[in-house]
Design a protein around this ligand. Structure first.
Ligand SMILES: N[C@@H](CCC(=O)N[C@@H](CS)C(=O)NCC(=O)O)C(=O)O
Length: 253
């Protein structure tokens, strides 16, 4: 008989405000993967963390003694480790799998890059928040949003590829959440632009415990965005992770 998985077999190194790490956190919870969560305060990185990731970035996942970096690769690894078909984050049908890969390569990654560019406005600062959005920035973002909207429409929702939550939803949500929290800066209401089934999609994601647990409190996030004029405040001093994630009962400091 196989041994029961031990929490210590899988160690997740994260900062709870990193959207890339949030993808992994969602995937861990959705796939029901037992894990130990280790917080890395990115504003005061411990020296030992370089031995986990020499670049010093989160997320990192140590599984069975091997370290995997890059959120997209880690999410795929978690998908392949899921113990039951219902917990998988890729659709069983080959045609839908191909569509998921196209979505990931196209609108899902496009909307992240174009969204960060849009939020920065005329500041030109990567991760910055500012005004002065150009028509080109808006159009670039909207083109990718339309790609997501078309998929929702084609499959009838509630998720991007229909009734089964997939990596496409997981990869894009942490970013759309931040863009939507920061809409007062960009003047951009994503729901209004996407229209159609978007409201239903976002509500279906927000209703899932994994998404609720991992999404930072929107009021505190907005306060911090405003104070830092940036989407990437990565300390635990502005707010503690307990304040930021009131739904999470399992936080360690
Ligand atoms: N491509 C990486 C990006 C990870 C990343 O940029 N993480 C940021 C936080 S959101 C980080 O660790 N920053 C710390 C630093 O730059 O020192 C992934 O998808 O995992």
């Amino acid at each position: 008989m196989a041994a029961a998985p031990n929490k210590l077999d899988t160690v997740f190194f994260t900062h709870t405000l990193c959207p890339y790490a949030e993808r992994v956190w969602i995937a861990l919870l959705e796939t029901g993967t037992q894990h130990l969560l280790v917080h890395i305060d990115l504003s005061r990185k411990p020296g030992w963390y370089r031995s986990v990731n020499p670049r010093g970035l989160v997320p990192a996942l140590q599984h069975d003694g091997r370290v995997q970096l890059e959120s997209a690769d880690i999410c795929r690894q978690l998908d392949s480790l899921a113990s039951e078909p219902d917990l998988r984050l890729s659709p069983p049908e080959p045609a839908l799998q191909r569509e998921m890969e196209e979505l990931l390569r196209g609108p899902c990654s496009g909307v992240v890059a174009a969204g960060l560019d849009l939020m920065a406005g005329s500041t030109g600062r990567h991760w910055g928040i500012g005004s002065g959005q150009t028509a080109a920035q808006r159009e670039g973002f909207e083109a990718h949003l339309r790609g997501l909207s078309a998929s929702l429409q084609r499959h009838g929702g509630p998720f991007l590829l229909g009734t089964h939550l997939t990596l496409a939803d997981v990869m894009v949500y942490p970013f759309l959440y931040r863009f939507s929290v920061a809409k007062k800066f960009s003047g951009y209401d994503i729901g209004a632009v996407l229209g159609g089934r978007t409201g239903e999609w976002l509500a279906a994601l927000e209703a899932r415990p994994a998404f609720r647990t991992t999404s930072a409190d929107s009021r505190l996030l907005l306060e911090a965005f405003t104070a830092h004029q940036s989407l990437d405040f990565f300390d635990y001093e502005t707010y503690t992770c307990f304040q930021l994630h009131p739904h999470n009962q399992h936080m360690l400091t």
